[in-house]
Design a protein around this ligand. Structure first.
Ligand SMILES: [Zn+2]
Length: 431
C-alpha cells in the first residue's frame, strides 16, 4: 500500500487534500493523471449501466437536500458510529475498532468488559459509548438556527428515491427499470484511514433498480452476475481477488432481506469494494409517509397498481480506483498494466532526441495529427528515452511512439509496447 501511495503522489494521481497547508484529515485531491483515470472508471460504469441499456436512466440530484429526506430515511436517527473518549488523553475513537470482532452496535458494557488500551496513551480509562452522527451539518441561508439546518448528503441513493415519482410521471418506464447516479457523498468519519478507502468525502456510483415484489430474487441474481461482469470484464479486476460475502441476517440493515458485499483483496487485506442490497419497498414507503404523496406505480398494460421493490448496487469510486491501481500495478517491473479503456493516456509521442530540430519537427507533426483526432495522446520530450519509457510505464500508457533517425529515412516511426517492451515500425498514417 505504501508503494501505491507513493506512486500516486510521484506521478500525480492523488495528493493529500490541502497539502500546502499541511493537509486536512480524511480528504484527498486528484491530480492530472488521477482525474483522467477516475473519469475513465466513471465513464466505463456509466456506459455499461446507462448508455448501453434501455432500462436504466440517469439522474443528477442536488447535494443539499430537504432535511426531511434524512428524517424519512432514518439517517438523522441512526446514521451514527459508536464513539468513546479516553479520559486520560481525551483521544476519541470508534469503539468497535478497538475491540476485536466488534461491530457498530457494540454496547458500553461489552466495550468495558474487554477494556482495551488507548492507542494513543496506553491507558484504559474510558467514557461511555455515545452515538456520533456522521452527517455533516450546515446551515442554509443567513440565519444559523435550528430551522436552517441542512446536511451534506451521506449517500447518493436518496437523491434517486426522491426523484422516482418525477421520473415515473414523465418517462412512464416499464418495470423493471433503474435510476443511476454518480456524485459526491460526505461522511464525518471519526478516524479516516487506509488512504482513500475511508475518507470523509467520496464519490459514489449507485443504481436503484425498481422491480416487481414477487420477482426480486431473479432480478437480484441477474444484477449480481452483471456486476461481476462489470468488475472483471469492463474494469478487468482479477476475479481471484474478488469474493462475495453473503451478509448474514444479524448484520444486515433491518429493511434488507439480502445483501451481498463484493470484497476485494487490497494490499492491506480484504475490504468491501461494493454492495448489492435488496431494500424492499422500505425507502419508497418512508417517502410516502413523510411526504404524503403516493409512490404507487401503475402498470400501463394491466392497470395493476403496486409499490415497486428496490435492488441497489452501490460502489465507491475511490474504492474502485484503488482496486484498479493495486490490481494492475507491478511493483517489481514498475509497470501499471492498465487496460486501454482506463489508461489516462493511450499514446505518448516523443522525438528520440530533443536537441535535433528535424526530429522534433517531425514528431510534432505526428503528435498534432493524432491530437486533432484523439484527446488521449500526450507529448513527452523530457530526459532521455529510457526515462520517458519508465515514466510512461508507471502511468500506464500502453504505447509510446518515437520519431528517430530512421523516420527521416523511410518515414516509419517506432511503436513500443508497454507490457512487452517489444517494438515495431509503422507509417504514421497507420497509427
Ligand atoms: Zn488515551
Amino acid at each position: 500500500m505504501d508503494n501505491i501511495v507513493s506512486l500516486c503522489k510521484r506521478r500525480g494521481f492523488i495528493f493529500p487534500g490541502s497539502d500546502v497547508y499541511g493537509g486536512f484529515a480524511g480528504t484527498w485531491d486528484f491530480g492530472p493523471l488521477g482525474v483522467m483515470l477516475k473519469k475513465n472508471i466513471m465513464d466505463a460504469w456509466w456506459h455499461y449501466w446507462v448508455d448501453s441499456r434501455d432500462d436504466i436512466f440517469g439522474v443528477d440530484a442536488a447535494i443539499l437536500m430537504n432535511p426531511t429526506t434524512w428524517e424519512a430515511s432514518g439517517h438523522t436517527a441512526t446514521f451514527a458510529d459508536p464513539l468513546v473518549e479516553c479520559k486520560a488523553c481525551h483521544g476519541r475513537f470508534r469503539a468497535d475498532k478497538l475491540v476485536k470482532g466488534a461491530n457498530e452496535s457494540i454496547t458500553t458494557e461489552e466495550f468495558k468488559n474487554q477494556n482495551p488500551k488507548c492507542p494513543t496513551c496506553g491507558k484504559s480509562d474510558w467514557s461511555d459509548i455515545r452515538k456520533f452522527n456522521m452527517m455533516f451539518k450546515t446551515h442554509v441561508g443567513p440565519v444559523e438556527d435550528d430551522s436552517s439546518v441542512a446536511y451534506l448528503r451521506p449517500e447518493t441513493a436518496q437523491g434517486i428515491f426522491t426523484n422516482y415519482k418525477n421520473v415515473v410521471d414523465t418517462l412512464y418506464p416499464n418495470l423493471p427499470f433503474g435510476l443511476a447516479q454518480q456524485g459526491k457523498a460526505f461522511r464525518n468519519e471519526i478516524s479516516p484511514r487506509d488512504f482513500i478507502l475511508r475518507d470523509r468525502e467520496c464519490s459514489q456510483m449507485e443504481i436503484e433498480y425498481f422491480v416487481r415484489p414477487d420477482n426480486w430474487e431473479k432480478e437480484f441474481d441477474k444484477l449480481l452476475a452483471e456486476n461481476n461482469k462489470f468488475l472483471t470484464e469492463v474494469i478487468g479486476l482479477d476475479s481471484a481477488k474478488l469474493t462475495h460475502y453473503e451478509v448474514p441476517e444479524k448484520d444486515r440493515a433491518h429493511y434488507s432481506k439480502r445483501t451481498v458485499d463484493f470484497m476485494y483483496k487490497y494490499p492491506n487485506g480484504e475490504e468491501e469494494l461494493m454492495g448489492l442490497a435488496y431494500r424492499t419497498d422500505f425507502d419508497l414507503k418512508n417517502i410516502e409517509r413523510a411526504s404524503g404523496r403516493s409512490m404507487d406505480y401503475r402498470d400501463k398494460n394491466t392497470g395493476e397498481v403496486l409499490t415497486p421493490h428496490v435492488i441497489e448496487p452501490s460502489i465507491g469510486v475511490e474504492r474502485l480506483f484503488l482496486a484498479v491501481l493495486t490490481n494492475f500495478w507491478d511493483e517489481e517491473k514498475g509497470i501499471l498494466h492498465l487496460p486501454d479503456n482506463l489508461a489516462p493516456y493511450k499514446l505518448c509521442v516523443s522525438p528520440l532526441l530533443k536537441n535535433k530540430p528535424e526530429l522534433v519537427k517531425k514528431a510534432r507533426k505526428v503528435y498534432d495529427a493524432l491530437k486533432e483526432k484523439y484527446t488521449f495522446v500526450t507529448w513527452d520530450d523530457s530526459g532521455n528515452i529510457g526515462k520517458r519509457y519508465k515514466k510512461q510505464d508507471e502511468i500506464g500508457t500502453p504505447k509510446c511512439i518515437v520519431i528517430d533517425f530512421d523516420t527521416l529515412e523511410d518515414g516509419t516511426v517506432t511503436v513500443r509496447d508497454r507490457d512487452t517492451a517489444s517494438q515495431i515500425r509503422v507509417k504514421p498514417e497507420e497509427l
